[in-house]
Design a protein around this ligand. Structure first.
Ligand SMILES: NC(=O)C1=CN([C@@H]2O[C@H](COP(=O)(O)OP(=O)(O)OC[C@H]3O[C@@H](n4cnc5c(N)ncnc54)[C@H](OP(=O)(O)O)[C@@H]3O)[C@@H](O)[C@H]2O)C=CC1
Ligand SMILES: N[C@@H](C=O)C(=O)O
Length: 262
């Protein structure tokens, strides 16, 4: 990837996305920043232009709205300078499953999965044609953890991990790097936005530390980056066990244990 290739970051007005913007600007990358809050995007852009002398473009978009999503897809398809997509925009779940409404479910699923997938699909063909580029999808350790009680949110993050692993198998042979980043609790506005009280939480990672760790994985071209996981062997063992299961699954007959009988 060109040293000054442009990075498009969704959810760039705060938190992890805004921190990615700072870090890539420091690395000399031009930026396209996407979110709903144009004032915050403009303020961040002005600061980064001044601090890092990079080109920063603001693209206001609500990625749950089809016309806005289509505009970002068009930018990803048409702007040959964009070689890196940071698929970051996301919302957490407020309340339990039975407290959800059609609207809250649509927002969670549309932003965290549909928009992320559509944007990856928009840039991938152009990156494949160029033979280089990167797609970074921000998942979550909650995607491993139905026990954490955010069943829909966690399902969207399990989707992000699965999609990233699948895209890597399909695209890495064509020169495209795909990374899934799985943070654990990180101190950002996502909690307040979801009405979740974190005042008693002592286990939240600071967002700068999170993004810096994610970028270490990025620079190493790691497929699944889990910044809070100190023992990488734990993930390796889990994914190896998953892969080991595959050969047992394609069977013409049901398992004995499911055979109706006396
Ligand atoms: N913080 C944490 O503990 C963890 C976060 N994550 C993931 O990290 C990612 C970033 O979240 P984080 O930085 O923590 O949270 P923030 O709430 O700080 O940032 C979320 C970003 O997404 C944008 N956004 C929200 N809704 C929309 C929308 N409809 N259209 C476009 N942009 C939108 C927000 O901007 P605006 O309101 O201006 O649109 C904001 O820039 C998410 O995918 C989240 O699931 C994963 C694990 C842990
Ligand atoms: N965003 C957090 C949960 O709400 C997380 O992914 O840990």
């Amino acid at each position: 990837m060109a040293t000054r290739s442009t990075v498009l970051i969704t959810g760039a007005s705060s938190g992890i996305g805004a921190t990615y913007a700072e870090r890539f600007a420091r690395r000399g990358h031009d930026l396209v920043l996407v979110a709903r809050d144009k004032a915050r995007l403009e303020a961040l852009s002005a600061r980064l232009r001044q601090e890092s002398s990079v080109v920063v473009d603001v693209l206001q978009a609500d990625l749950t709205q089809s016309s806005d999503l289509a505009a970002v897809e068009t930018r990803l398809r048409d702007d040959a300078k964009i070689e890196i997509l940071i698929n970051n925009a996301g919302v957490a779940q407020s309340g339990g499953f039975t407290e959800q409404t059609a609207g809250s479910i649509d927002r969670l699923v549309t932003l965290n999965t549909t928009a992320l997938t559509r944007l990856a699909a928009a840039i991938a063909p152009r990156l494949v044609k160029a033979g280089e580029g990167a797609i970074v999808n921000i998942g979550s350790v909650v995607g491993f953890a139905p026990e954490f009680g955010q069943s829909i949110y966690g399902a969207t993050k399990a989707f992000v991990l699965f999609l990233s692993q699948g895209l890597s198998l399909e695209l890495s042979p064509k020169g495209i790097y795909v990374q899934a980043v799985l943070p654990a609790g990180t101190r950002t506005e996502i909690w307040e936005r979801a009405g979740i009280d974190i005042s008693a939480r002592t286990d939240l990672m600071e967002v700068g530390e999170l993004v810096d760790a994610a970028l270490v994985g990025f620079d190493r071209r790691e497929l699944v980056t889990i910044p809070p996981l100190h023992d990488a062997a734990r993930w390796d063992a889990l994914d190896t066990a998953r892969q080991g299961l595959l050969s047992d699954l394609r069977q013409a007959h049901a398992a004995e244990r499911y055979r109706a009988g006396p």
